[in-house]
Structure formats: structure tokens, C-alpha cells
Design a binder for this molecule. Sequence first.
Ligand SMILES: *Cc1c(COP(=O)(O)O)cnc(C)c1O
Length: 222
Amino acid sequence: MENAATRLAAICANIARVCKPARRDTADVTLIAVSKTHDAPAIQPLIDAGQRVFGENRVQEAQGKWPALREGHQDIALHLIGQLQSNKAEEAVELFDVIHSLDRASLLSALAKAMDKTGRRVPCFVQVNIGDEPQKGGCPIAELPAFLAAARSADVPLAGLMCIPPADTEPAPFFAYLAKLAADNGLTGLSMGMSGDYETAVMLGATHVRVGTALFGERQGA
Ligand SMILES: *Cc1c(COP(=O)(O)O)cnc(C)c1O
């Protein structure tokens, strides 16, 4: 019988297996359990199994689920992995511990303002449009150095870079490119890799993998 806890153990074992040849320490890879669209009864078994880092892509959905799930677990960290509208910046800063989707100047100024107002400085990954896809979010590669400089001068803590490679394409070159961009810009955090490619991402230096389907099963109506 497969359940969330056994899938969690299998994914952790897979991460450990690829860390070895990559000469990486498993402690340097954070597994983010992406619980978007899943309800509390689906999430609770993972908390019971010891998982403490979760990812959501919508502020409102997370506000509905997490205050109760977090009760008695002050050590749970919530990561916002989805696109963020500037008018939700303050709510996001209040609820989330890390934001993975900082990708434009308007959002940067909204987040800086929200952090000043709430006194919470939430580390942010800058999302990079690594495949140069017009329909996708993410900072254009050519604009990255200037955008990082703007984030630094706005006193928004930078966690690193994040990407979602183009669908149906070999992801490894994009992961390697994101790692190079991070190194070139003095950043160490790399949020990359999802259910289908997290092992590849870990081999190429991911510090944060965002895994949903492989943990929870298929999402309903999402
Ligand atoms: C949903 C989502 C994931 C998880 O995707 P799976 O393929 O279900 O593992 C990772 N990153 C982002 C940004 C997502 O929106």
C-alpha cells in the first residue's frame, strides 16, 4: 500500500542516492512538499511523518488551510511557490517564511513595503525566465543583475534563484544555467526540480526541490 508517508521516504531516499555521486550533503537539499489543492486530511500524514517544509501557490488557499495545520508545530515552514500579485504582498509576507516568485520591479517594491510595515524580512528567491518563454513569469535573464541590485538596495533578503524550465524539454541544461547565473551573481540558493526532475536538479546543485504530485498523487481539478 502506497501512502504519503511511504512516498515521502522514497523521495528522501532518492535524494540521498543522487547526493552521493554529486558529492553533496543531503542536509543541503530541502524538500518542499507542494500541498496546493490538497486538503488538511491529505497533508496531516506528512506532518505526522516529520515533514516540516510545505509549498503553496495561492495566498488565499494557504490562509485557509495552514493556521490550523500549523498549530502545535511552530517549526513548520511555508514556502510560496506561485505567482504573487502585488496587492497580496502584505498577506504573503505575514503568512509565508520564504517566497520563490519574486520576478518584477512592481512586486519587489510591494514586498519591500510589506516587509517594512510588518517587520518580517522574508527571504525571496528571484524567479528567472530560464527558457525565455514569453507566456511565463520570471525575470528575463538579461535583466537579472540589475534586478538583483534593486532587491539588495531595497533590503529584501535574497535566498537565491528559482526556475521552472520549459515543459517537454530536457531540463538539465536549464538547471545548469540557473546554477551558473546564481554563482555569477553571488547567490547560493537554487530552487529547481519538481516531481519529474528533482533528482536531476539535485545532481546539478538544487538546494530546494518543489515536489507535489510524487508525494500527494495527482491534483484534482487543478
Ligand atoms: C505545482 C508546482 C510544483 C510541484 O509540481 P509537481 O509536478 O506536482 O511536483 C513545483 N513548482 C511550482 C512553481 C508549482 O506551481
